[in-house]
Design a protein around this ligand. Sequence first.
Ligand code: GLU
Length: 564
Amino acid sequence: MDYKKLASLLFPDITKTPEDYEALYPPRKLPEGAVVTRLAPSPTGFIHLGNLYGAMVDERLAHQGGGVCYLRIEDTDEKREVEGAVPVLLDVLGYFGIHFDEGACRADEPGCRPSNVEPSAGERGDYGPYWQSRRSDIYKACVKRLVEQGKAYPCFMSEEEIARIRADQSAAKLDPGIYGKYAKHRDLSYEEVERRIRSGETFVVRLRSEGDPSRYFKAKDAIRGELSMPENIQDVVILKKNDLPTYHFAHVVDDHLMHTDIVVRGEEWMASLPIHVQLFEAMGWEPPLYCHTTSLMKIDETTGQKRKLSKRKDPELGLSFYKELGYFPEAVREYLLTILCSDYEQWRMANPLASYGEFKFSPDKMSDSGTLFDINKLNDVSKDVLAKKSAAEIYDFMLGWAKEFDQAKYRLLSENKDMLLKVFDIDRGGEKPRTDLVYAQQIFAFIKYFFDETFEYESEWPAEVSAEDRREILRLYIEGYDPADDNSAWFEKVRGITDRLGYAVKPKDYKKNPDAYKGHVGHVSGVIRIAITGRANSPDLWTIQQIMGKDMVARRISAAMQEK
Ligand code: GLU
């Protein structure tokens, strides 16, 4: 068979060769030891924690050594594409601190060349196109080369034929797929191929696999070290009928021509590594170092079993979940780093104030069995992250969040800046800062008693205090309330009311002798606290009132006196 002739028959318009493209895309000039990584998502519109997790690995590996991290859009599967997905992806990843040096970008970014694929996005950098759908000629030049060398061939089998083969294989308990004797179009004659093409038949191009399942090859995984796997025997499709390549072939060509050093991708791809190594070999290229990250798992609430996070069942898998609730991006990043690298938490303890960028990230410290994601742990990490922020940083973040997600809250926040700076400053700084702020939505709920618009009673009045006493406590309280009192003078007055109405000034006296008192000072101050904040628990009440001002305190007390 004259394979060269066959290749010209299949690809008459392809004139460039893989070498032409290699000359067009020479290696980047980078500092010694710097690596090139990439994120290569399909534009499905759903951006999940796994994307961020992988992107963080890409970003750290590249940027910690002065390398390049680029964004490539794998849009060869038209069914999965969503218009506008790329700007959203860039926004969400940017929110979490992931920025790309080249690749797909927003149309309004400096240096962006517009894309005809998506008007709101484009690309920048010298190794493009970065949208696979625009690289068809490059892939075809490489496929043409394989056909010329007899390493790939056109296959005209219909879907029905393939389905029949699969059914036979399944009945005979054989491995499914197109290999060996099932690869029926491996050796069609030139004339036969020509005849079929003339009569309008369409074809895919398959790899002619030389693999032998009894032979094992070795490959290195950045997390797991050396792997040994059986060779691939399948004649996998490399070019589809729509002239676009399959993932297998596309990433081989792209990662070669874009000079990717480390391919970080989900472990679901590990099973196809034999195909990928074989394709690199067929092209005569060196494969990159693969880094297969483990799936994010959670403990299922109903079964108590560990399982993969699922798009359908777990809203916390989507990154918009964290953005909408107003998690500080730093908190999510910090938490992901703790589950990503076994040595991160220890490093953080030794370096509480350092930027995460100072941590030396190394893939062999990553988990090679499912990574457990626990939202309660994320919340704990978030509390610590927020405890280190200044009041102004918290205020600015809240304002930005509300502007995007909640106009009513945005108005309250912008109209009450001075007050809120004081609110966020309560017990901040010092040895043991408060750790009750987690994310914007929760923080707002936490401080809502500072606004008449959102104040509500959330706790029950103390059962030890009758309704009549309650009103009396509040009446005496507001009568004596003077914002000029310092904390201890203020509390002396509360004690005075306590004693006057027959409650114990010291809780332990009440506990010792419950019949002698109606309750104790905690119950009396509880009434005042609930009247002012709506809650039985709050930060220091004297401080809260100092921030609220006398008018609001008076309004709250008189409103509470009307309560049944
Ligand atoms: N488009 C593939 C995915 O979204 C990319 C895998 C890779 O990074 O190579 O899973």
